[in-house]
Design a protein around this ligand. Structure first.
Ligand SMILES: C[S@@+](CC[C@H](N)C(=O)[O-])C[C@H]1O[C@@H](n2cnc3c(N)ncnc32)[C@H](O)[C@@H]1O
Length: 359
C-alpha cells in the first residue's frame, strides 16, 4: 500500500532516511513536511512505536491528476472509500497549493460529499461529519494538478512525549531534536554534549534513541477504529519491542539553575538516568565530545550578547575534540564558522537554520 508520513518542514530527507532504517522504505518528498513511501500493515504498526521523526502516518486512498474541482469528487468516488471507514464521524482537512479558481475548503467539501455518497451507496447509512474532533480524519492535498487523499492512521501527533513534565520557555519539538541528532550522525557509543540544553530535550531524545526505547509509550493510534487495521496487533508488536542494553555517554549543560532543575524532572520522567545534567557556561567550558548538538539561544528571551556568546562557543568548538556540531539558530550569520551543510526550517513563526559544522 502507499503511505504518507508527515514531519517537520525542511526535514523530509531526514524522515525518509529514518523510514529506510526502520522499515526499509524508499521514501520521497511528496511536498513540504510530507514524504511518500510504499509499505505494509506491519510497517504502519511498527512506525507508530518506533519513529522519532514522523508526526502522522497516513494511508493513501487516491493519488491522481485532476483538471477541475469535480474531478476531486469523481476520483474520491472511485476509491472504494466505504471499505476503509467505520460507521463513525469523519472530517476532511483540505490543503491546496497552486493556481485554482476554488479554495481548499471547496476541495474538502467535495471530498466529504463523495465520501458520504459512496458510504451511503455501499451501506445505506449516512456518515456523520465532525470537523472539530473527528474519529476518522481524511487529509486531502491538492498540489497544482496532483490530488492526494489519505486516511490518518495516527489521530494525534506522534511528536508528543510523556516525559515532558517541565516545559522550557523555548522548548524544542522532540522530532526536531531527534532529526538534529540524525543530522549529526549521532551513534549510541558517541560522547554527546548539548552545551545549552535548556530542559534537556536533545540529550533525552539521544538517550531514548541510543537505548532504542519507545519514544511515546502509551500512544493510542487512530487505526484501532479502522476496519482494515487491528489495534491489538499494534499493542502486541509494541509490547514485544525490547530496548537495547547500552550505556550512552551524554551530557546536558545549562547555565541557569531553573532549566537544570527542569531538565532533571524530564530526564527522570523519561527514565534515562545516563544523561548527566551539569552547570556550565558554553562561553568557557571545554568541549570534549564526538558530537555537539544544540539549540542556540535566539536572543528573544536571553539578555546575553548573542554575538559574543556564539563567538566564544565557536572558539570552544575549534579548541575541542568535536567531529560534528549541529546547531539550530535564527541567526546563523552570527556563528563565525563555515557550515558544511544547512537546512532551512520554520521554527514557530520564525525562519531558522540547522547548521552543520566540522570544526
Ligand atoms: C533555546 S534554549 C534551549 C531549549 C532546549 N532545546 C529545550 O528544548 O528545552 C537555549 C538555552 O541556552 C541557555 N544558555 C544561554 N546562554 C548560555 C551559556 N552561556 N551557557 C550555557 N547555557 C546557556 C539558556 O538558559 C537556554 O536554556
Amino acid at each position: 500500500m502507499e503511505l504518507l508520513a508527515t514531519t517537520n518542514g525542511g526535514l523530509e530527507t531526514i524522515a525518509a532516511d529514518e523510514l529506510d532504517d526502520l522499515v526499509g522504505a524508499d521514501a520521497d518528498r511528496h511536498h513540504r513536511g510530507v514524504v511518500a513511501f510504499s509499505g505494509n500493515q506491519d510497517d504502519v504498526y511498527d512506525l507508530h512505536y518506533r519513529s522519532r521523526t514522523c508526526h502522522r502516518i497516513m494511508e493513501v486512498l487516491v493519488d491522481a491528476p485532476v483538471a477541475e474541482l469535480e474531478d476531486v469528487y469523481d476520483r474520491t468516488r472511485e476509491a472504494d472509500i466505504a471499505t476503509h471507514l467505520p460507521f463513525a464521524d469523519f472530517g476532511v482537512v483540505g490543503t491546496r497549493h497552486g493556481s485554482h479558481d476554488f479554495t481548499s475548503v471547496d476541495v474538502a467539501e467535495r471530498v466529504g460529499q463523495a465520501v458520504i455518497d459512496d458510504y451511503r451507496e455501499s451501506t445505506g447509512d449516512r456518515l456523520p461529519v465532525d470537523l472539530d474532533d473527528p474519529t476518522v480524519r481524511l487529509e486531502a492535498y491538492l498540489y497544482d494538478d496532483r490530488f492526494t487523499l489519505a486516511i490518518d492512521l495516527s489521530g494525534e501527533s506522534l511528536h508528543k512525549r510523556p516525559y515532558r513534565v517541565c516545559e522550557h520557555d523555548a522548548p524544542l519539538r522532540s522530532t526536531f531534536a531527534y532529526s538534529m541528532l540524525r543530522i549529526a550522525g549521532y551513534e549510541a557509543d558517541d560522547r554527546l554534549i548539548d552545551p545549552m540544553a535548556g530542559s534537556t530535550t536533545i540529550p533525552i531524545e539521544a538517550a531514548l534513541a541510543a537505548t532504542d526505547r519507545v519514544p511515546y509509550p502509551g500512544f493510542e493510534p487512530a487505526l484501532d477504529a479502522l476496519p482494515r487495521y487491528d489495534g491489538e496487533t499494534f499493542e502486541e508488536r509494541r509490547a514485544a519491542h525490547e530496548p537495547v542494553d547500552a550505556d550512552p555517554n551524554i551530557e546536558a549543560r545549562e547555565i541557569r539553575a531553573r532549566w537544570r532543575r527542569c531538565g532533571r524532572v524530564n530526564r527522570d520522567a523519561a527514565g534515562v538516568e545516563c544523561v548527566d545534567i551539569i552547570e556550565a557556561d558554553a562561553r568557557e567550558a571545554t568541549l570534549d565530545a564526538d558530537c555537539v548538538v544544540t539549540n542556540l539561544p535566539f536572543g528573544i528571551r536571553v539578555s546575553e550578547d548573542l554575538r559574543e556568546l556564539y563567538s566564544a562557543f565557536a572558539d570552544r568548538l575549534r579548541e575541542g575534540s568535536v567531529d560534528r556540531c549541529v546547531a539550530l539558530t535564527t541567526k546563523p550569520e552570527l556563528v563565525p564558522l563555515e557550515p558544511v551543510e544547512q537546512y532551512d526550517v520554520p521554527y514557530g513563526r520564525l525562519e531558522a537554520t540547522i547548521a552543520v559544522y566540522e570544526p
